[in-house]
Design a protein around this ligand. Sequence first.
Ligand code: FAD
Length: 299
Amino acid sequence: MRTGHHQLREPFSVSFEFFPPKAPEMETQLWETVEALRVWNPDFVSVTYGAGGSTKAPTLATVRRLIEETPLVTAAHLTCVDASREEVQAVVAEYKTLGVRHIVALRGDPASGVGTSYVPHPDGFGDTAELVAGLRALGDFDISVSAYPEKHPESHNMDADIDTLKRKADAGAARALTQFFFDNDIFERYLDKVRAAGITIPIVPGIMPIQNLTQLKRFASRCGASVPAFLDARFADYEDRPAERAQVAADVAAEQMDDLRRRGVDDFHIYTMNRAPLVGAVLERLGRSRRRAQSGAAA
Ligand code: FAD
């Protein structure tokens, strides 16, 4: 069922998150995805930065190619885990040389694994707010940070989590992109608390179209994101019917975004998982118009 998307025609903005390819065949998939998603005119696209700085080179290569070969505004993620200030500054210098103006600043997880308790590098940034302040000192960057509507798994409680967000905003973050979630009431309650804490920056919901519910559940449990039971019911009959399952997946994400729009949300950050068809199907359901971006066009 497509619920009422025709009633909300005014434009909304989207950004797309990609990860750097880890193997040659994934490289082809990424560039096909970028090509296919360009037509949806994202405000920006972003490229993740590997755990413990392990994929610095692939991130840089992907960011370089996006900037050199497409007209897309490209944001580069950056983490400060397991790195000295000098090492982080060297990456920032490379980003600057490439022409990166937007950085998604994160703490990151230790290379030893998610769940291992975080210990700042002895010569590193103590936390993400310090990283944001450091970036501000290095250049005129547009800085995004993370936010966790269901709190980060390491946070002792929601107040501590929101306090972290406040310190990141106070340090100069321009917006926060959220961890994915599927229950819009959770997001709305979170937003109320964020605003009550005096945080005024935009909180952009992260949308995860569901390519595979079983895999998603595994991943979500590590991120502290809940997967509501209604999703089991929606996907129950389609496990072995990929074509219909893709339709349901597109319906689910479009309905979530449509409902968020009714609650006043105008910006969305979409986790593409480097695949275009599902993301395209979601945006089509929302009535977003396609336009081919002009290569190299300057305003
Ligand atoms: P912060 O915002 O600094 O902290 C998150 C929460 O954890 C805080 O609210 C705080 O209360 C709590 N916390 C932090 N440190 C501690 C501590 N020492 N003790 C107790 N509580 C603590 N990871 C990557 O490796 N590369 C990426 O490119 C990447 N991109 C991401 C993009 C988005 C939009 C999101 C939501 C996450 C991304 N991550 C990425 C994952 C992120 O690095 C992890 O979730 C990491 O564990 C926290 O980093 P952060 O910047 O979100 O942390």
